[in-house]
Design a binder for this molecule. Structure first.
Ligand code: SAM
Length: 367
């Protein structure tokens, strides 16, 4: 027997989702419950969300794919984030620092391959004092001619000011999760509000500020994903990078994942299939594009590591930025934030060639 009531409910749900996508695309505004409804959209409906984000991306930031060459220059870290493989207490990891002159040579290689911006990333490594970093930023700006974005964690506001004066244009500091109590559990000795204060300070100083979060953390609820999107919007983030949580061996979160299911019936959990986590990443990317139409949205290494076609599906769901990795091979392997990162063997030339091929396939250009 045909269940008419259920057909009518399904049709009403389809209509509501279509109306919400339309509203988001035309006004860049959604209430929290509306964001949640879109996060709950079924796979078919999600396609409509991705298509709308793709259209907004074309209208706002255009068809160019922006590249930032990633240089992971130190895997020393004073922090103990329970999900991250380079945490201080992981004594099974060999540590490295790339000397400044080698970093400059790598930046020259980026420039020669047509990449005009570098993302300098490290653990929170106090050995790189403020003056050392300022000197490096100046050289990369003046001698090599690249734009510089930093991703070096929390520092005092005065230091952020010095980096800006030295010529750094961007600063990436992900909030990781907008659930402040989950944040505290994941980041021993750190505070969500300190993180936010750093982001406010960076904004005040005029940086192009990068933010973002992870999806699929044990204990993460669907409503906290809605809060991630709302927070990125309220911070008026300029660059957003949202990717999957991927377990890293030797971290408390990978080893003790079960213990972390402290929320009743979490929507996402370590046992979730890759495809489920990827779908939520894409929904959050698409929502971020709709709520912040001009944002530079990254299809990040974690997404590309989770699924072989991660870059492509990210670029189809609103993203316009890729981060080809220029870290030397040995160091790339040791920047072990999570297991099975892609490209550990690929040369930068090969990565750039495959990005150009992908851009051709999508009818887009590489900037
Ligand atoms: N120290 C800098 C900071 O605090 O912003 C940046 C370095 S941190 C290693 C870079 C990013 O790696 C983090 O923002 C986090 O989102 C990501 N990350 C670390 N562990 C991860 C994991 N297991 N799965 C996915 N992403 C992870």
């Amino acid at each position: 027997m045909v269940n008419f009531a259920s057909h009518i409910a399904d049709a009403a749900q389809e209509t509501r989702i279509r109306a919400l996508i339309e509203k988001a695309a035309s006004t860049s505004r959604l209430e929290r419950d509306e964001i949640l409804a879109l996060l709950r959209a079924n796979t078919g409906q999600a396609e409509g969300l991705f298509a709308a984000a793709d259209q907004v991306r074309r209208r706002t930031v255009g068809d160019s794919i922006r590249l930032m060459g990633l240089l992971e220059f130190s895997n020393f870290c004073r922090r103990n984030c329970v999900y991250c493989g380079i945490r201080a207490e992981n004594d099974r990891l060999e540590r490295y620092r790339i000397p400044s002159d080698e970093m400059l040579r790598i930046c020259e290689r980026m420039r020669d391959l047509g990449v005009d911006a570098v993302l300098l990333q490290s653990g929170e490594d106090p050995t790189y004092a403020c003056d050392v970093l300022c000197n490096l930023i100046e050289k990369i700006r003046k001698d090599v001619g690249l734009a510089v974005t930093l991703s070096i964690g929390e520092r005092p506001g005065k230091e952020y000011g010095a980096y800006k004066e030295a010529g750094a244009g961007g600063f990436l500091l992900k909030h990781e999760t907008a659930d402040s109590s989950l944040y505290s559990k994941l980041h021993p000795g750190m505070s969500f509000f300190d993180r936010l204060n750093c982001l406010y300070e960076l904004k005040k100083l005029g940086f192009e500020v990068g933010g973002g979060s992870m999806v699929g953390l044990p204990g993460q609820s669907l409503s906290s994903l809605a809060d991630d999107a709302i927070l990125l919007r309220s911070l008026e983030i300029d660059i957003a990078t949202i990717g999957p949580f991927i377990p890293a061996q030797c971290t408390p979160l990978a080893l003790e994942g079960e213990r972390w299911r402290f929320r009743p019936a979490p929507v996402l959990s370590v046992s979730n299939k890759k495809e489920t986590v990827a779908e939520f990443v894409l929904k959050l990317l698409a929502l971020t594009r709709l709520l912040l139409p001009n944002v530079h949205l990254v299809a990040n290494t974690a997404l590309a590591s989770l699924l072989p076609q991660g870059r492509e599906i990210g670029l189809r769901a609103g993203a316009n930025v890729l981060l080809p990795n220029f870290t030397p091979p040995k160091c790339k392997e040791l920047f072990w934030v999570f297991d099975d990162r892609i490209c550990t063997r690929e040369t930068p030339e090969e990565t750039i060639a495959s990005i150009r091929k992908l851009a051709d396939k999508l009818g887009r250009q590489v900037m």
